[in-house]
Design a protein around this ligand. Structure first.
Ligand code: URA
Length: 285
């Protein structure tokens, strides 16, 4: 077994899926691990990577990123986030956010006082990863570790997410852009409030336009609701490709939920395979 195969095998075991899977038409069938690894390699998403994120292949409007330094680079959330907390409201209208480039957007988020979460956060968590990635993952909100570090998904749920990505051959810094619905931690990790989501959503919308991903993976109820404007359950939304505007969206369980609910890990794996297949197909068209 090669090192790569061993790595994927480990990732799948961490996911709690002892039986591995391969693509067969629209359905993923359990197979022995060697065949699964081979099948995954054959349909490698990496082959699509150079093309991913470009609107030409998808017919989507191309957003020009401001500043050459952002093209295809890992844009970490920390650079503006050590800034001191804002002392007065700097609420910026959504129409202004909609025109911002990365630096201005990140600077604005770092100083945001549009809702009460600015009073309890340590820092904002903007997002991180490859700013021209084909896959954009949207989570819910920073937790304690993200609030302390300024990076999304660095806690236990983040480690599971990294392993899930590894299982489909993706590395977070190179292949994915990760952002949350909320940029600030809700106290005691309570659920995001509708007003907070509404205030924060122009930032996420602008991030999506700037990354211009081939596909968005919405992880958890709040991400699905924010992107699809739907109150439906994850169970009913997952397993298909939705649209947010022109953009394909696949819905899956939140990694923190998967840590508590082993039985749904296999479904999350199917969702990842669906997302990967969609991205690969859109890169071919
Ligand atoms: N959960 C999320 O939804 N986002 C994070 O960044 C961390 C945990």
């Amino acid at each position: 077994m090669s090192e790569e195969e061993a790595r994927r095998g480990r990732a799948l075991r961490i996911l709690g899926i002892e039986t591995q899977w391969r693509l067969r038409g629209a359905v993923d069938m359990p197979v022995d691990s060697g065949a699964a690894v081979t099948a995954m390699t054959e349909v490698s998403i990496r082959s699509a990577m150079p093309e991913m994120g470009f609107a030409a292949a998808t017919g989507m409007k191309r957003t020009v990123l401001q500043g050459p330094s952002h093209r295809g680079t890992a844009h970490q959330g920390a650079s503006h986030q050590g800034a001191s907390q804002p002392s007065e409201s700097n609420d910026v209208p959504p129409s202004a956010v909609a025109k911002m480039g990365w630096d201005e957007l990140q600077g604005t988020v770092s100083q945001c006082t549009a809702c009460g979460l600015c009073k309890t956060r340590q820092q904002t968590v903007f997002g991180s990863g490859a700013t021209r990635a084909g896959l954009m993952i949207v989570g819910e909100a920073p937790g304690a570790e993200e609030d302390a570090s300024g990076e999304p998904f660095v806690g236990q749920a983040g480690r599971l997410l990294d392993n899930m990505l590894a299982a489909i051959g993706l590395v977070r810094a190179n292949d994915v852009y990760i952002a949350n619905v909320l940029k600030c931690r809700p106290p005691a990790n309570r659920n995001p409030q509708p007003e907070e989501v509404a205030r924060c959503s122009p930032y996420l919308q602008r991030q999506i336009e700037l990354v211009n991903p081939r596909l968005i993976l919405a992880m958890g109820r709040f991400a699905a609701q924010a992107l699809l404007n739907s109150e439906a359950s994850i169970a009913s939304l997952r397993g298909k490709v939705h649209r947010a505007g022109d953009r394909p969206v696949v819905v899956s369980y939140h990694p923190a939920y998967l840590l508590r609910t082993l039985r749904d890990k296999a479904k999350a794996w199917e969702d990842l395979v669906l997302a990967r297949r969609q991205i690969t197909e859109s890169a071919r068209n």
